[in-house]
Design a protein around this ligand. Structure first.
Ligand code: FMN
Length: 206
């Protein structure tokens, strides 16, 4: 049996779903120009929000950048080739971490009464938790966008401090990456898919 057949035999989702979510999905920079609807973003979030985070903190925040004026404000802070990629995308999401995530914990994590008050003075701990868990959620969101029929182009080549000053001076959110979103034109990328490391290269079993 080939490796591919072995992988397929152990999947619990159908082939079309595995193709859509992983095998055929690329980091996209080429778009059809089709609009991204609020309903599609809602559908993606309704899946992504279910991915696990420590103490159910859900620190990821999204700035949905749609208008040409807002796009231009964002482009100013993107690095080199990423400027044109933001301009070309139907929608760009600024993914950010909210260090004030603890404000929601009475609702989100009622099994641990008092955790909101406990975390309030622990600024450094909250910043680390926010970043780690928001990055996890970014991964969930990319796959959820694909499940909603969209393609995603993540990028972190940007002036994060500049973006924070531009958009998050009041909220205190900390930008992590920009994810361009839309409908992929063909494969969505001008580059061939890069190779990946096999399980044997990245794991040790004890
Ligand atoms: C966190 C992150 C940051 C990235 N930053 C950039 C970037 O600044 N510019 C860019 O063009 N691509 C960027 N990429 C795209 C990666 O190069 C791409 O995801 C990787 O090569 C895999 O490509 P594939 O999904 O098409 O197989 C980034 C991807 C991730 C996940």
């Amino acid at each position: 049996m080939t490796d591919t057949l072995l992988e397929t035999a152990t999947l619990a989702v159908d082939e079309a779903s595995a193709d859509r979510l992983f095998r055929h999905a690329r980091s996209t920079s080429q778009w059809t120009g089709a609009e991204v609807t609020d309903a599609q973003l809602q559908a993606a979030w309704d899946l992504a929000k279910l991915g696990p985070t420590a103490m159910n903190t859900l620190p990821l925040r999204l700035l949905v950048v749609r208008s040409p004026e807002a796009k231009q404000r964002l482009v100013e802070h993107m690095g080199g080739g990423n400027k044109a990629k933001v301009e070309a995308a139907p929608v760009s999401l600024v993914l950010a971490a909210d260090p004030a995530f603890h404000e929601h914990l009475d609702e989100l994590f009622p099994v641990y009464p008092g955790i909101r008050e406990q975390l309030a003075p622990a600024t450094e701990v909250r910043e680390q938790m926010a970043r780690k868990n928001a990055l996890l959620q970014a991964g969930y969101l990319i796959v959820a966008l694909r499940a909603a029929g969209l393609a995603a182009g993540p990028m972190d080549g940007m002036d994060a401090d500049g973006i924070d000053r531009e958009f998050f001076a009041e909220s205190g959110w900390r930008s992590l990456m920009v994810v361009n979103v839309g409908e992929a034109d063909g494969e969505g990328s001008p580059h061939p898919r890069g190779p990946r490391l096999d399980l044997g290269q990245v794991s040790r079993t004890l």
